[in-house]
Every structure is written in structure tokens, then in C-alpha cells.
Design a protein. Sequence first.
Length: 259
Amino acid sequence: MDASAPILLFDSGVGGLTVLTRLREVLPGAPVIYAADTAGLPYGEKTEAEIAARVAGLLGVLTERYKPRLACIACNTASTIALGMVRDVLAIPIVGTVPAIKPAAAMTRTGTIGLLGTGATIRQAYVDNLEAEFAADKRLVRHAAPGLVTAAEAKLRGERVDPAAISAAVAGLVERAGPDLDTVVLACTHFPLLADELTKAFGPGVRFVDGAAGIARRVAHLVAGQPLERSRPDFAVFTGPVPAAECLAPYGLDHTERI
């Protein structure tokens, strides 16, 4: 194993940066390439066939070009739809991102759990299976919040977060879940970027859970014992619009490339 072979983090946009933050906590010396399909954003409004074909194709190109030791699909929508296909076509380990329903079921005191995600994520059979396995005795209320993806992308760019996007997502879930809602699964890696805004909108009685820490631990487990050495600074790759350098610098991504 080449010590400089990177870990590839892939997302539709900037949401996977929340996973990168957690990954750096457990593997601070690991070389990382962050890849974002900003030309295809948003994934949540695409069909399953479009997402599967796009994700598998892009990861094939990225793997051929950058020779990663492992790829992480840091996107709930892409993972719940394309994870199996990607594992079938690529010869490296693939780590997916799925809604954190299991830890939410352990956290809830009332038994009522909300799930905020994209429209594509919340309708997947993968989510049905997670609910049946880990939250069969709970009440899981799903709500599509595509406006939060746009709000998170804007926040990373240093722009004003539209309060209407936050209030619409929160009100929609609260209306469906009722007063017993005490735990919310952030089933999109973009959404933790809005933790402050969501905490204020939901109030102190609601706790949040996302999968970033668990994903980072899984990646660390799979590369345990392998040599890790940066031969160049970590960087980001984009298929479309590129955030300003000052937006990415706090995440240790020193420069960008286009594919």
C-alpha cells in the first residue's frame, strides 16, 4: 500500500465536509481528497436511475485518476441508492452513509423520532429496512427538506441563511410528528452545517443525531495498520461551481481542481 494513497470523500456538494471534520479527528494524518459533484446538485430531486448512474460513473473516473485506498460516499441520498452498484464495480473498499436511525432509537425518550432528509432519501427501501431493524417499536416521522441543502451551501459560502428555509423544514416536521418529538435524525450530511439554526428553531427539547462520527470510525477501522503519509496538501475536486478558497481553507483543503 502506497502511504500517500488518499481517502476519497465524495458528496453532491459541501455536506461531506461535516464527515471530513470527524475523519480528521480520528485520522489526522490521513491524506484526503474531497470530491463534490456540484454540477449535479441537488441529488434529492433526481430519479434513482439518474443518481445511480451519475455516482457510479463519477466514482469510477475519480478512482482511476487519483488511485484512492478507500472511497467514502459522504451523502445519504447517493448511498441509499447507489452504494450496492458502486461496490460491484470498484475494487476498493466503499463506505456509505445511511440515516442514523439506530442511535436515534437509543436516544429518544418519548419514542417519537423525526427524520429530515432529501425527498430521494426518505422514500428509499433502505430507510424502511433501517426503521424495521432498529426502530420497530418507535414512531419514525419522515420529512423532506430540500431547502436545507440550499441553505447549507449558502452558509458555507458565507451568505445569509434564509430563515424561511429553516422555519419551513422545522414546521413541516413538527406538524407531522406532534409534541412528543424529541429526537431528529439529520439524514443529509449538509444539515449539520445548520446545527445552530436548527437548534434555535426546534428549541431545547429536541436533540439531533447524524452519522458523521460513525462513518469516520468505520473508515479508521478499515485503514487501521496501513501507512498514512501526505505527499501533498489535501485538496478538493469539483465537477461544477467551486466555493471560494476561504470557504474551504478551514477544512484543510488548500486548493481545488475541476473534473
